[in-house]
Design a protein around this ligand. Structure first.
Ligand code: ZN
Length: 131
């Protein structure tokens, strides 16, 4: 298992980490298998999304903020319930197949670290298993 250290620059951000994860996959030496990604946080998530047109990322953030508003009459005293809810909705774990030593993503797909309570230093656990 490897741990990637990430830094996010804003409260909500979708950060393309495809290349960093591909480096970790290469370092694992696994040519065919499965890459598990795990976010050990309760206010962030990991997703697969389009990483070519940045407008997709902007649209996603705008709509996520509408679906789960920042101020929603929440009880949680820390004031970041929106982040907790979005983390659960998008998910903190993901599996991507590994083929020929790289993530077998589709042409327009990228791996995005989803920050909902930044800016912060974050980590991502990457486990690559041979299959
Ligand atoms: Zn909280």
């Amino acid at each position: 298992m490897q741990e990637l250290n990430l830094h996010t620059d804003s409260r909500i951000a979708l950060v393309d980490i495809t290349e960093q994860v591909n480096v970790a996959v290469a370092e694992s030496g696994v040519k065919s298998g499965l890459c598990n990604l795990f976010v050990p946080h309760t206010t962030a998530a990991i997703i697969v999304s389009e990483n070519w047109d940045p407008d997709v990322t902007t649209d996603m953030i705008v709509q996520l903020e509408k679906i789960v508003p920042r101020a929603g009459g929440y009880l949680h005293g820390e004031g970041n319930s929106q982040a907790h809810i979005l983390s659960v909705m998008l998910g903190t774990s993901l599996n991507v197949p590994v083929r020929e030593g790289k993530l077998a993503l589709g042409r327009w797909q990228g791996l995005m670290f989803a920050e909902f309570d930044g800016p912060r230093d974050r980590s991502l656990l990457v486990t690559v298993v041979k299959a």
